[in-house]
Every structure is written in structure tokens, then in C-alpha cells.
Design a protein around this ligand. Structure first.
Ligand code: ATP
Length: 217
């Protein structure tokens, strides 16, 4: 994110990529304006939240007119730094890691997994989905000559903290943690935890205990 958007609340910032994807589709289909109601139905965020979010971007929708798609698109491109490619590394080429390497993130995003790291010798030296797999021993050396800011962790939970400490010592600024381990990092490192088992369990819990009307999350 660039400087003038640092005041956007974190919850709003998290919705930006969602809005961006939809606005991009609208733009491609030649649509010039969109109402908060249409947006709301498409991205499944209530329209009051959308209006509040958009007011942070300086996008003021007019009653009966909606928002200007061109304006929104250029705002999102700039804010999400769509013209710069963010290089990503992935650590742990197991089932989940392999799926990510085969998944073409760059199709919808400006992120690219440049390389992967492993300790299993049978995987080191191979390529998965065009991404080269290196030995974990070479992590610091490889990260040093690339401008890599983001790491995806798909290793067993037991090795996650140790690898995180090594990433923190390199230039990595953000970590997407798919392990169940709760990791400790210094304040200047951003970490997002995605625990698929917990997410699934929480979905099942909500289905059982909340009715349709009060599942606001
Ligand atoms: P997943 O949990 O992704 O489905 P899996 O069940 O195949 O994977 P895990 O035991 O979770 O296997 O390990 C994921 C991958 O991480 C394996 O390929 C394993 O070799 C690798 N791995 C284990 N320890 C490390 C480490 N310290 N550094 C890098 N990779 C590691």
C-alpha cells in the first residue's frame, strides 16, 4: 500500500482485493458506473459497509448514479500497486505447497511465486508448476539476491517458528502462515494466519449455532 492510504482501517484494506477483482470485471465488460447495491450483491458485503469503505478512498457515489468504474479501477490499481510485481517464496512443497505452486496466482493478481524451499532431497532440484525447488540450507543466500518480500509457509507446524526467524532475518516483510503454529514475529513483520482446519471447524460451528440472519462476520 502506498503512503496516502495508510489511514484506511485494516478491515477496509482487507476488502480492497475483493472490490478490485469485481471492478476489473465490470471495466472489462464496458460498464461505466456501478451502484453500492450492485456491488453489495456481487461481493457479498452489505452496502452500508461498501459506502463507508469507499468514502475512505475519496470515491463519492451519487444517488441514482453510483460510482464511476474508471475512477475506482485506477484507485485500486494504484493503491494495490498492481503495476509492481510482488515476488513470493514458498516453503514446504508438501500437498498444500504443491497445490499453491501449480495454482497460477498471477492470473488474477500481481504476485508470483518465484521459488520454493524444501528439506526433502527427492524434491530439491525439481520444478513444480515452473517454480524451482531449492534446499532450505540455501534460503538466506537465495533471498539475498532477489527482492523477495513475502513468504508462504506450508511446512509442518514444528518447523514453522524456526523458519520464520530465518525469514525475519532476511528482507521478508510479510508471511502467509498456513501451519497451525502461532508464530512470534517482531512488530515490523506482518503475518496472516490461515488455518484451514480451524476455518472449517468454525464454519460448521456457525451452521449449527446461528441462524441465517445473525451470521454477520
Ligand atoms: P501438507 O501439510 O502441505 O499437506 P504433507 O502432509 O505432504 O503436506 P507435511 O509433513 O505437512 O507434509 O510437510 C509439508 C512439506 O514440508 C513436506 O514436503 C516436507 O518435506 C516439508 N518440510 C518439512 N520440514 C521442512 C523444513 N524445515 N523446511 C522446508 N520444508 C520442510
Amino acid at each position: 500500500m502506498n503512503q496516502d492510504t495508510t489511514k484506511i482501517p485494516q478491515a477496509t484494506a482487507k476488502r480492497l482485493p475483493l472490490y478490485y477483482r469485481f471492478i476489473k470485471n465490470l471495466y472489462s465488460s464496458g460498464k461505466q458506473r456501478v451502484s453500492s447495491k450492485e456491488l453489495s450483491e456481487a461481493v457479498k458485503v452489505d452496502s452500508a459497509t461498501i459506502r463507508r469503505d469507499f468514502s475512505y478512498f475519496g470515491a463519492l457515489g451519487k444517488k441514482g448514479y453510483g460510482y464511476n468504474v474508471n475512477y475506482l479501477l485506477s484507485f485500486f490499481r494504484k493503491t494495490l500497486d498492481q503495476d509492481a510485481l510482488t515476488k513470493v517464496v514458498l516453503i514446504g512443497v508438501g500437498n498444500l505447497g504443491t497445490a499453491f505452486l501449480n495454482y497460477n496466482f498471477i492470473k488474477n493478481n500481481n504476485t508470483k511465486i518465484e521459488m520454493a524451499f524444501e528439506v526433502d532431497e527427492s524434491k530439491v532440484g525439481t520444478q513444480v508448476g515452473d517454480v524451482p525447488v531449492f534446499h532450505l540450507d540455501d534460503l538466506e543466500e537465495k533471498l539475498e539476491d532477489q527482492n523477495i518480500e513475502v513468504a508462504i509457509l506450508t511446512v509442518p507446524a514444528s518447523s514453522a517458528q524456526n523458519i520464520t526467524d530465518r525469514l525475519v532475518s532476511s528482507k521478508v516483510k510479510g508471511i502467509l502462515n498456513f501451519t497451525p503454529a502461532r508464530l512470534t514475529v517482531p512488530d515490523h513483520i506482518r503475518i496472516h494466519h490461515i488455518d484451514l482446519a480451524v476455518e472449517l471447524q468454525s464454519l460448521v460451528y456457525f451452521l449449527k449455532h446461528y441462524s441465517e440472519d445473525d451470521t454477520e462476520m
